[in-house]
Write a protein that binds this ligand. Structure first.
Ligand SMILES: C[S@@+](CC[C@H](N)C(=O)[O-])C[C@H]1O[C@@H](n2cnc3c(N)ncnc32)[C@H](O)[C@@H]1O
Length: 310
């Protein structure tokens, strides 16, 4: 299969890939809608908005909301009052609606691409997203849309965007993990992935999903790239930060090791160690590194900016 070359093709590939991924997305990424999830999302917002988070927002619009990680957690945490969630993938929106229903939350939803938002001018106080900008084929058009649907004085916040240099640095622990994986599996008494012959669950959908994965991420950003795109769209008070360095190295090492084993053979104790270790390293990054080192070397970038006026 050839890499998609037009904006239309990139949107199509993203829709198909995320439609297939929607059912298993929360389990795959450990998405939580309880206290832990709320805490994680609040932490990210505080890093770029500071005490403004405590004031809250009345009407929010999420772009590429997936299964609801950001909006559903922010609603529960009381940071936003009315949430509208959009995504280009109907499958993701369906999963999000199921999650909202289970949590007893009221949300508006729409299937929509970031660069053609079906809302009136000035409808929202906050436009936000997590891990979505790097999928968008026309960032200038998307940011023009964010600006249009925001009221004057409204804010944009995007988090979880891949950092170009941070990603390169993360290749080092990933390669190290691949090299020691056979010894790790021996220690864990785990069989190699695929030993049970069910690598893709046998489902055609998951096979397709696997092939498309390489084409859905189309950008990795330097911090200045994100600031430039926001400023070019007319936003002010632009703030770009980096987060997660040691946490990511630790997390990717473990993910790379686990990916080489049959999932059911990875011991519960190991998973606990990997999860708790990740949270501990996150604290180290936040307390010691994020304020001191350049944003560019961190794994994820966060962006906040304001629409002038009001
Ligand atoms: C990596 S997932 C993140 C989902 C969710 N925000 C989260 O953090 O769990 C990216 C999401 O962006 C959506 N997406 C991809 N291209 C898009 C586009 N052009 N417009 C709107 N959403 C898009 C995908 O369907 C997917 O749900």
């Amino acid at each position: 299969m050839e890499a998609p070359s037009t904006a239309e093709d990139i949107r199509d590939v993203n829709t198909k890939y995320h439609d297939v991924a929607a059912d298993t997305y929360d389990a795959k990424w450990g998405i939580d809608f309880g206290e832990i999830g709320q805490h994680q999302v609040l932490l990210k917002l505080r890093k770029v908005l500071g005490s403004q988070v405590e004031d809250g927002f009345e009407r929010s619009l999420e772009i590429g909301s997936g299964t609801g990680y950001f909006s559903l957690n922010l609603l529960q945490a009381g940071v936003i009052e009315q949430a509208t969630c959009t995504d280009i993938s109907p499958g993701m929106i369906e999963t999000l609606r199921g999650n909202a229903e289970r949590l007893g939350l009221d949300v508006e939803t729409a299937v929509a691409g970031a660069d053609a938002l079906p809302f009136e001018d000035g409808s929202f106080d906050l436009v936000l997203g997590h891990a979505v900008l790097h999928h968008l084929p026309d960032l200038a058009r998307a940011f023009a849309e964010f600006d249009r649907v925001l009221r004057p004085g409204g804010m944009i916040v995007f988090a979880g965007e891949p950092s170009r240099y941070g990603d390169r640095l993360a290749q080092i622990p990933k390669r190290g993990a691949t090299a020691v994986a056979p010894a790790w599996r021996w220690l864990m008494r785990a069989r190699p992935a695929g030993a049970l012959g069910n690598g893709h669950g046998g489902a055609q959908g998951h096979h397709e999903d696997h092939k498309l994965e390489q084409f859905v991420d189309i950008h990795a950003f330097a911090p200045g790239d994100l600031a430039d795109v926001a400023r070019a769209a007319g936003f002010t008070d632009v703030n770009v930060r980096g987060e997660e360095l040691t946490a990511n190295w630790f997390g990717w090492t473990n993910r790379a090791l686990e990916a080489t084993a049959e999932p059911e053979d990875v011991p519960w104790g190991w998973r606990q160690y990997a999860y708790r270790g990740y949270l501990a390293f996150q604290k180290v990054d936040e307390a010691l590194l994020e304020g001191r080192l350049p944003a560019a070397i961190f794994y994820n970038l966060l962006l906040a900016a304001r629409k002038p006026g009001a």
